[in-house]
Design a protein around this ligand. Sequence first.
Ligand code: CUA
Length: 662
Amino acid sequence: MKTHVSRFSLALTILAVIVTAFVTTTLRPGSGAIAQGSDWQAIAQQRGLTEEDLRAAAMTYTPSGMLDEFILFASGGQSGQVLVIGVPSMRLLRTIAVFTPEPWQGYGYGAMEEVLAGGNIGDQQALWGDSHHPALSETGGLYDGQWLFINDKANGRIAVIDLRDFETKQIVKNPLFLNDHGGAFVTPNTEYVIEGGQYALPLGGAYAPLSEYESAYRGLVTFWAFDRQAGRIDPARSFALELPPYWQDLCDAGKLVSEGWIFCNSFNTELATGGIEKGNPPFEAGASRGTTDFLHIINLKAAEQVFQSGQTVEINGMQVIPLDVAVQNNLLYFTPEPRSPHGVDVAPQGDFIVISGKLDPHVSVYSWARIQAAIAAGPTDTDAYGVPILALEDVLEAQVEVGLGPLHTQFDNQGYAYTSLFLDTAVARWSMGAEGYRPQDGWTLQGTIPVQYNIGHLVVAGGDTIAPDGRYLVALNKWSVDRFANLGPLLPQNFQLIDISQPGSQMQLLYDMPITAAEPHYSQIIRADRLNAWEVYPEVGWNPVTQSVDPDAVAPGTEGIIREGNHVTVRMTAVRSHFNPEHVEIQAGDHVTWTITSLERARDATHGFAIPYYGINLSLEPGETVTFEFEATQPGVFSYYCTEFCSALHLEMMGYMLVQPQ
Ligand code: CUA
């Protein structure tokens, strides 16, 4: 009994000491007191972390094994790829090879060559891209986690990525245009992938001197039909709409009440043609002379009917609705927008369209109801190309002064909108003053948060769907200047995670993530539980291009080498830790078709396969089949091997290709 009592009082004493230590050493920012007691407090003190810093750490730190709640898909800019990042950890989880060959994924080094070739420009290979705007597929205006589309601004292309295996399945080249910028954006059920143009050109790649700019140059928006069943864009069901030679910029699809309509903005409605070296005003001045440009309002449903009724002209195999046909059929309207606009963003309920003019400190909010009324009333004015113009005062709902250099707007689940401010290098939060958003606050600026530095796009979780998730915003900053260690004159971009879960002016910067691959432009954030990717390919022999079992897949026991004249077929399997066959004996001058099937079924049991000199490097995920071809031009002995450390006997996973001289 005595022993028991003393143990009990000892426990009490220990508890008292712990409680005292906790109370006396709880961090007081700025107190300068040296932390005692728990180690983490001492560390925080030593590193000069404030209470706010510790909150940020608690919100973002993701211990081993904990998974991210959201997944961010970022364009990979000039890398031509897509970056996949966990939120809130801001860990880079995956790079998806899209427009640029990528050896680790075996993309373009023997495998997936036909996907890359789809993006060829005539006979010209385009082995990089300037990827800009990723678009997740939508069902009913919500991300469905099935597909991802992205444009290549440099070469006017759109890629299709299947989110079952996060691999690129298709690249289509726009046959009408060199550049695109207003893509990729999808309609609320992904019937169409929108690709707006950028710099006006003679359509179809014809030649015309700049002196004929007004008559011969044209703008463009293309509607690529997406076939969900096939998992491909269907060029035969796709069409384009000829536009005046304004530089069309970003587009967004209407949703809910505005579904079936498309909104694109434009700049250089001044029709500037530059030529600073000839004493002309440079583009930057010439294209900014006017006080307004034109928001393009396109009736996609009506355009679809015009296309289906055959009122199109064919240019380079693409059906194009001529500008005069568009005007006659009432499927194109303009309304003024503040000059040099960049973003056009449709609010979650489809009832408002938000435009930012880079050279105007306001965001302008257009009312879909007012636009419809103005169209019904019949506009009286037209532009030089005969396109009807809706008067600004008839369609404008509100203007909110947000700061300098407003670019893009995203929406959250609390009725707030967020606009990036390039010149102020900040994010502005403002309230949507309409019913269904925050009518109690009106259309007013709530607060701004500085970002480091020069923000371009910004993204809110689910921020361009009909039901944003909110909570997190990522600022996609072009410059990082002093945020990271100095590693020379080329600096990373800086993605900054911001907590937007609190109301009013409260927003907290949580995390900086350097992006060292390129200048990413836009991103989208999806809830991780909306993704449903495979852990391994569904069956052994899977061909990731067709997403089905390959008829040429190699079953175990059927491996071998078949010769027909100088055409050699190698049929190989791979499983830890050997290839079968291990000797491939061929002759110089042979044409080789080589199929490898991975027999693995264990998650993450990936093998690589490299043949040095011949430029082959594959990634064989569990169950995958790949076929590649090459000409055995060089005699010699070539050791092929597995490039993934797949097992303890990984180094032994090799073989010899013996190419006998003729
Ligand atoms: Cu298979 Cu290393």
